[in-house]
Write a protein that binds this ligand. Structure first.
Ligand code: ATP
Ligand code: MG
Length: 435
């Protein structure tokens, strides 16, 4: 009797060979661009102490309230509570403090890796997903905020999605300015309490700003007449924001100021931004970011300004696939090694093919060389070569071995040459490079 099949965890995706090629291309493009701005990679653990996220992300957020994968360390005597990271900024700041990277220094960092949130899985929303992100520490002016936006704009251009993304921008001011605003907002919401949904009623006191990005249309109508955060901004935040807008204007970056953009996480101040698309349905935010000057000290470090963003890799790739349905999956093989499997003069032709393949790789490390194993039928081997999209086949049969040669066949034209085995690698290189 067959055993019961074990399946993947809901909301956690396998990435199969049909798609991994696109992921690799996107990762390469993103990394090349990050590198071109002089940013360096940081990798931190997937698991961190639960307290890190409670403090960094904030208690009254969707993430900490209901989305974290939290468990107790099994062998720890004190049963420390651990959490699969729901985002990567907190770990990055923790590592920066722990290794003395932040205080009185400048760091321009990037990361890429999985994050975990217990959400209802749907298109563009998964329980394991991946983020590309940047965190810059030690620079307080709006010029770096503008650079992050330029960098992301360059990325959309390189990935062919620039026409399908737009930038929303806001400033949420200083902590103090926000405190004044919160009072005014709560007072207004209290007057309209009856029209609020349960979530908003609860948030109204614990995290009133989050009411602003409620998805509920009735709540949004009420908010039309609510006090405006912009009117409460402190003078420095206003100057910072004006500076950012000016830099974007002169760089020719279009944006929309969205006064209700507050972002889900607690740690932001001043600049917040999102790149959104209308091509993905409800999950339209591809990239979110902003400034978080208070985060480092909130996590026990010396006060250090910070600014960053995170891109949802799944949404980014969905968008690329949506706007460009003729993506080529270039998993093709360059050279397919075919052999008769015979033993000639004590030499097995497949072993010779295998060794020749090594020599081809020696001089063409970026090409894909695949050796056929198993069936010895030539016709089957050629149809495999076609299936893999091979450009060349290298054939070793009994006759070739007797003459110490191999046959190279150009599969598109049918041209073929018998070549000394010692010269096969060089000849393949000439043909492939001469294309
Ligand atoms: P949303 O409002 O869509 O829930 P968020 O504000 O929770 O997003 P952030 O914490 O800012 O998202 O994460 C940055 C980016 O990571 C998002 O803009 C999105 O592209 C992506 N992202 C967030 N949650 C998920 C998820 N569950 N699955 C896939 N991508 C996600
Ligand atoms: Mg969310």
């Amino acid at each position: 009797m067959a055993e019961k099949k074990i399946q993947a965890i809901r909301g956690m995706n396998d990435l199969l060979p049909t798609e991994s090629y696109l992921w690799q291309q996107v990762e390469k493009t993103v990394k090349t661009i990050l590198n071109s701005y002089g940013y360096n990679e940081i990798r931190t653990p997937i698991v961190e102490a639960t307290g890190l996220f409670q403090r960094a992300v904030g208690e009254v957020t969707d993430i900490v309230e209901k989305e974290m994968y939290t468990f107790n360390a099994r062998n720890d005597k004190d049963k420390e509570s651990l959490t699969l990271r729901p985002e990567l900024t907190a770990g990055c700041v923790r590592a920066g403090i722990e290794h003395g990277l932040l205080y009185n220094q400048e760091q321009r960092l990037w990361y890429f890796g999985p994050a975990f949130r217990y959400e209802k899985p749907q298109k563009g929303r998964y329980r394991q997903f991946h983020q590309f992100g940047v965190e810059v520490f030690g620079i307080e002016g709006p010029d770096i905020d503008a650079e992050l936006i330029l960098l992301t704009a360059r990325l959309w251009q390189a990935l062919g999605i620039a026409e399908h993304t737009s930038l929303e921008l806001n400033s949420i001011g200083s902590l103090e300015a926000r405190a004044d605003y919160k009072k005014a907002l709560v007072a207004y919401l209290e007057e309209h309490k009856d029209a609020l949904d349960e979530d908003c009623k609860r948030r109204m006191y614990s995290n009133p700003l989050r009411v602003l990005d409620s998805k509920n249309a009735d709540v949004q109508t009420i908010l039309n007449n609510a006090p405006k955060l912009f009117d409460y901004l402190d003078a420095e935040s206003k100057t910072h924001f004006a500076g950012l807008c000016q830099l974007l204007d002169s760089a020719g970056i279009k944006y929309k100021i969205n006064q209700r953009l507050v972002r889900g996480l607690d740690y932001y101040n001043r600049t917040v931004f999102e790149w959104v698309t209308s091509s993905l349905g409800a999950q339209g935010t591809v990239c979110g970011g902003g400034r978080y000057d208070g985060l480092v000290s909130q996590l026990g470090g010396q006060a250090t300004p910070g600014v960053g963003f995170a891109i949802g890799a799944e949404r980014l790739i969905l968008l690329i696939q949506t706007v460009n349905n003729q993506l080529e999956n270039d998993n093709n093989i360059d050279v397919y090694m075919i052999s008769s499997g015979e033993l000639v003069n004590g030499q097995n032709t497949t072993a010779i093919a295998q060794q020749l393949a090594e020599r081809i790789r020696d001089i063409m490390p970026n090409k894909r060389i695949m050796t056929h194993y198993g069936s010895t039928n030539f016709k089957k081997q050629f149809s495999k070569a076609d299936k893999y999209g091979a450009k060349l086949a290298v054939i070793i049969g009994g006759n070739e071995v007797l003459e110490n040669k191999a046959m190279i066949k150009e599969l598109q034209t049918g041209n073929q040459y018998a070549i000394e085995q010692d010269l096969v690698a060089q000849k393949c290189l000439e043909i492939l490079e001469g294309e």
